[in-house]
Design a binder for this molecule. Sequence first.
Ligand code: GDP
Length: 139
Amino acid sequence: MAGNRTLTIIKPDAFGAGKAGKIIAHLEAGGFRVVAARVMHLSTAQAEEFYGVHRERPFFRSLVTFMTSGKCMPMILEKADAVAELRRAIGSTDPAEAAEGTVRKLYAESKERNAIHASDSDENATRESRFFFAEAGTL
Ligand code: GDP
């Protein structure tokens, strides 16, 4: 059965533009509850590790530069079927293709500067939650 927790990051484009409050309000209105949150500036090593699965992609270096360009806001969110529900709520990677009312449609600038990350599986939600929150297993 799908889990009820997932990991999100309000990315540096949205956090730096002062959109964090609006994005959190949007998610809370959609039934998500914030279980843990922090504000941090990712190091290059942290961004490279977090996005390690994309290491061979042509956009990898640009993505790491973007993700280390300013502060971001990782959060653990709770809702029934959290991973699928959050992926639906954030919309497609490219905001030009994102559905109306999704976070990326509302707040993203481009396919790279797309406002928000969301885990794509329960397994990754667990791994990514532990990446940012040492206490994730006990929340
Ligand atoms: P997501 O699961 O929707 O976030 O998308 P992916 O896991 O495929 O990609 C991770 C992140 O890399 C995206 O959220 C974007 O910030 C960035 N990204 C993905 N595809 C591209 C691309 O084609 N070009 C650039 N510049 N960035 C991309």
